[in-house]
Design a protein around this ligand. Structure first.
Ligand SMILES: Nc1ncnc2c1ncn2[C@@H]1O[C@H](COP(=O)(O)OP(=O)(O)O)[C@@H](O)[C@H]1O
Ligand SMILES: [Mg+2]
Length: 444
């Protein structure tokens, strides 16, 4: 049995505070006993039904709440969704004797961060608590910061956060390529994090429904995937979406693809559903970056249709450039105006290493009749792989922002910020809700 939160960098005195909510006294006692041996954890309160749990949560603001599902007087699901709204700094772990998929799905949709099957064993219990505690850190930090402020400051921050909800620019950036393996996911994850800065909210959506790699790139384990969100797509509440969707430790919100390829079947029957989800929640974010598969199917066409900017990734190889040409012709037919597409040339060799094997940039530009906006050099692939092993985008794994491909990710973000929010480029203005208007500057 381990004791301290290993490697968390927090002092021994910093304990994970826990609230237990279960209607059966023996269960509460059992868990309490199990946790008594863990020096990095402390049970700070108990409650015997959902209503009491909610009260205690508001009062104690524990780091973790262990919540039974079936209880009299407000069940665990209802209590969890209310806690999610009123005490978002506390993370709920749901507990039930039924550990079937449907129960888990409902728990996660209510906003639980993880699930434990009863009877719980000590290792599952402590491992889950530590993992959830760590994963919830970005959200906790946000609220701890405001609680350390004076009441006036805190009120201002709360107001600012409130204003942010539902009123953001919601720029939709779809990263696409007709060719596989050109670096769509590398660009999408790097770009999403490069767009993040103080006060800017970014959502990354993995729309490569069968073989989506975003969860792997960012080491995200989430029960909430496009499948769960698609089920409620017609009346999806953007605030609820934001509460339950995965959060990367960097603060990036991430909607991951289904866990297995065959699960995507269901979604292909409603190919417009991913675009529908994105449209519904977009005003909760300043930018929504969408990672796609290379298929030219209805899922992607629906996404391209709502995109304010399409980042078209190509490599300097003949097949890639040829396929990119087809796609650009299609965009013309669909009457997408030229500025809507931004051409990114990835895996570019230096002039010296090219040795005539890849196409030169000016030839590509001539052939495609488009300017390349950003050129990303080919880098040592171990750099990207090492970042994936750490579960962070290359932009965060490498501190030196002048190094490729990090520099180019930030360059890309800059071009997008300028063209999407700058004056004179009302990309797809007609798509934006006239009443709400758009643009980051409207908020101030
Ligand atoms: N600029 C680059 N230099 C070297 N390797 C790259 C670069 N961009 C991407 N890769 C590598 O190419 C492979 C495919 O990248 P990925 O982002 O998964 O592509 P896609 O999503 O288009 O299939 C990965 O192994 C990745 O490490
Ligand atoms: Mg990919």
């Amino acid at each position: 049995m381990s004791s301290n939160a290993k490697g968390s960098g927090e002092s021994k005195l910093q304990q994970i505070t826990i609230l237990l909510v279960d209607d059966i006294p023996e269960t509460r006692e059992n868990i309490k006993k199990l946790l008594a041996f863990e020096s990095d954890m402390k049970v700070v309160g108990v409650a015997s039904n959902g209503r009491e749990g909610l009260e205690q949560a508001s009062l104690l603001k524990p780091n973790i709440i262990i919540m039974d599902i079936n209880m009299p007087d407000m069940d665990g699901l209802q209590a969890t969704s209310m806690i999610n709204k009123s005490v978002p700094q506390s993370a709920v772990i749901m507990m039930s004797v039924q550990d079937d998929a449907d129960y888990m799905r409902r728990a996660m949709l209510a906003g639980a961060r993880d699930f434990l099957a009863k009877p719980v064993n000590i290792d599952d219990l402590t491992n889950t608590i530590r993992t959830v505690y760590k994963n919830h850190e970005p959200i906790r930090k946000q609220y701890e910061m405001s609680s350390a402020m004076t009441p006036a400051d805190a009120a201002r921050v709360a107001q600012a956060l409130e204003q942010g909800i539902g009123e953001r620019a919601g720029n939709i950036i779809v990263v696409y390529s007709p060719q596989g393996g050109v670096g769509i996911t590398t660009v999408a994850t790097g770009l999403a994090t490069s767009l993040m800065k103080k006060g800017v909210r970014v959502l990354l959506v993995d729309a490569d429904l069968q073989f989506g790699d975003v969860a792997t790139f960012l080491a995200i384990q989430s029960q909430i995937t496009t499948i769960e969100m698609a089920q409620d797509a017609d009346d999806l509440d953007p605030e609820h979406f934001d509460n339950v969707v995965a959060t990367h430790p960097s603060g990036l919100k991430v909607l991951v693809a289904p866990q297995r390829p065959e699960m995507a079947e269901e979604l292909f029957k409603r190919p417009g559903v991913v675009a529908q989800i994105v449209s519904k929640v977009r005003n909760n974010y300043d930018y929504i970056v969408v990672d796609t598969s290379h298929a030219l199917n209805d899922v992607n066409l629906a996404l391209l249709d709502i995109a304010h900017k399409i980042v078209l990734v190509t490599t300097p190889s003949l097949p890639s450039v040829k396929n990119t040409k087809f796609v650009l012709d299609l965009f013309d037919k669909l009457e997408y105006d030229a500025p809507r597409t931004m051409l990114v040339l990835n895996k570019v060799y230096s002039e010296r290493d090219r040795r005539g094997a890849t196409l030169a940039r000016d030839r590509i530009e001539q052939f495609l009749k488009r300017q390349v906006s950003v050129e990303i050099p080919v880098v040592d692939e171990r750099m990207i792989m090492a970042a994936i092993l750490k579960g962070v985008p290359v932009t965060l794994a490498e501190r030196d922002r002048s190094k490729p491909p990090v520099k180019q990710m930030y360059d890309m973000a800059k071009v997008l910020e300028e063209t999407l929010n700058g004056e004179g480029v009302p990309a797809l203005a007609e798509l934006k809700d006239e009443k709400k208007g758009g643009g980051l500057f409207r908020r101030s």
